[in-house]
Design a protein around this ligand. Structure first.
Ligand SMILES: *Cc1c(COP(=O)(O)O)cnc(C)c1O
Length: 495
């Protein structure tokens, strides 16, 4: 199909034809349309398929092949995708997927990804419209979170990177931009604060920043899983007395385990009193401000110095689309800008443009994450996205109610947002770790609904994070029914 023969059949000198474009564009079109239709078929019938199924070894073997020296026909390669990858995804697009916290994406996002691939824009800098699309998203996120005109932002892979970048910015704010050259001296002993429920990427950010995760104080939480603000203040005072340098407090807008939202206004007050950079990890929850019914939970989010969140979770944008919003874009520039000769700017022309993202974050070559985000926001509008989030939270409450009606189930944490943690309770009233782990594994194998397993206060917990706009009441009811069925089968008296 993509032979090196021209239509007339005359042989073409291989050395003259090194372009990878097809000779037969019509054949390419037909094949491309088939690939697109195939994917639409898959998405349309999603609910009838298993949320997850293990790949047989013959399928895995397809990806243990020698390096292809000669090429293959695109149609043949696509057939391998269709038979060996498509049916064996992790299932996060499926309505029954409730594991971890993962977005469901949309057809619009998929199509935008295709267009971005065709354009192959590099968003490190220069003067071209893709950069303006990213700036549009920055302005929209300012509006979403009521940030000032001075605020800047940047797309990153995910909240893990966004949190890491925020730590770098906070460090630079505290010590000045010279720290970029000098590094940390032994005398400056920076300390930061977050709750004990903070996501694992935050301590890792301190490790990567060379500050060390021991310098991150993990403050206790109250019964709602929120940081204990009084305990936080005591910790800061203690550290100051010992000559340490508190520089950063990190709030969670949706903790990973239970979806708890810290008292953000309270944290703003503390940050202000002790001259700390106030960062929020809003990876899973922050976009909840788009739902009028949820916005009150995030009171104070507009007052933080930086905010990490993921369009690829509740924003339903395909992976990956993390974002960092920074109250003053100058802090961002101070932390990252440099003047390499090969990146010199011109007043006009392609090397012009007054905003080069490479000055505002760690990456030089950057993909066009902004396009799929722009398409998603334009196509659905923030109202519909907010409504999908409210619907997720309604389903979470329904699940919590169903759990409380069943004597064999126990709700393990308050449900503030879209995450429900619960357990199967044994006949003796205990929470058997092995049975709960077995239930989750069994559910995955059955392929109808897929929660994940976590641990809360040392107890195993079945965790349903409802993020997907496709999830319905029937999926919730199925989860309850399946957990009860599998649990009771396991929970027989031992002889
Ligand atoms: C998912 C998540 C992260 C990490 O974000 P990535 O986009 O996966 O890098 C950080 N914090 C919380 C609360 C999360 O839910």
């Amino acid at each position: 199909m993509f032979s090196l023969q021209e239509a007339g059949g005359a042989a073409v000198d291989r050395h003259e034809r090194t372009s990878l474009d097809p000779d037969d564009w019509q054949a390419l079109r037909n094949q491309g349309h088939r690939m697109l239709d195939d994917m639409f078929d898959h998405l349309q019938a999603l609910a009838t398929k298993p949320v997850w199924q293990p790949a047989p070894s013959s399928v895995r073997a397809e990806f243990d092949m020698p390096l292809p020296v000669e090429g293959s026909d695109l149609a043949d390669v696509h057939a391998i995708f269709r038979d060996n990858i498509l049916p064996y995804g992790s299932g996060n697009i499926h309505p029954g997927f409730m594991g971890w916290v993962q977005g469901g994406s949309t057809v619009t996002g998929m199509l935008a990804e295709m267009l971005a691939g065709g354009l192959n824009a590099n968003l490190g800098g220069r003067d071209h419209m893709p950069i303006e699309v990213e700036r549009q998203i920055i302005r929209w996120t300012r509006e979403i979170f009521s940030f000032p005109e001075t605020a800047g932002g940047i797309f990153l892979t995910g909240a893990s990177q966004a949190n890491f970048v925020a730590v770098q910015i906070a460090r630079c704010r505290k010590l000045g931009r010279d720290v970029r050259a000098t590094g940390l001296s032994d005398e400056t002993r920076l300390v930061a604060y977050a709750s004990s429920e903070v996501h694992g990427c935050i301590p890792r950010a301190f490790e990567m920043a060379g500050i060390g995760s021991n310098q991150l104080r993990r403050v206790a939480v109250n019964e709602f899983g929120q940081i204990d603000v009084d305990a936080l203040e005591r910790a800061i005072l203690r550290d100051r007395q010992e000559g340490l340098v508190p520089f950063l407090v990190i709030g969670s807008a949706g903790t990973v385990n239970t979806g708890a939202v810290d008292d953000l206004a309270g944290l703003r007050h503390i940050a202000h009193s002790y001259d700390l950079h106030f960062h929020i990890d809003g990876a899973l929850g922050a976009l909840g401000v788009l739902s009028p019914g949820l916005a009150h939970l995030f009171a104070g989010i507009d007052s933080c110095d930086s905010l990490a969140f993921d369009f690829h979770k509740w924003g339903q944008v395909p992976y990956d689309a993390g974002f960092l919003l920074v109250r003053d874009s100058e802090w961002q520039r101070q932390t990252f800008a440099s003047d390499a000769a090969y990146l010199s700017r011109a007043a006009t022309g392609l090397a012009g443009g007054d905003w080069w993202p490479c000055d505002y974050g760690p990456d030089l070559s950057r993909g066009f994450r902004a396009l799929k985000t722009w398409f998603t926001l334009k196509t659905y509008g923030v109202k519909a996205l907010g409504e999908a989030m409210s619907a997720n939270c309604r389903l979470a409450r329904r699940l919590a109610e169903r759990i409380e009606q069943e004597s064999a189930l126990k709700l393990l944490a308050p449900v503030a947002l879209n995450i429900v943690c619960f357990a199967y309770v044994g006949m003796d009233g205990s929470i058997p770790a092995s049975i709960n782990a077995h239930i989750v594994e069994r559910l995955h194998a059955e392929g109808r609904v897929a929660p994940s397993l976590t641990h809360l206060n040392g107890q195993p917990a079945i965790r349903a994070a409802i993020v997907n706009h496709r999830t319905r009441e029937a999926d919730i009811d199925q989860l309850v029914l399946s957990v009860l069925t599998i649990g009771s089968r396991q929970d027989l008296p031992q002889c």
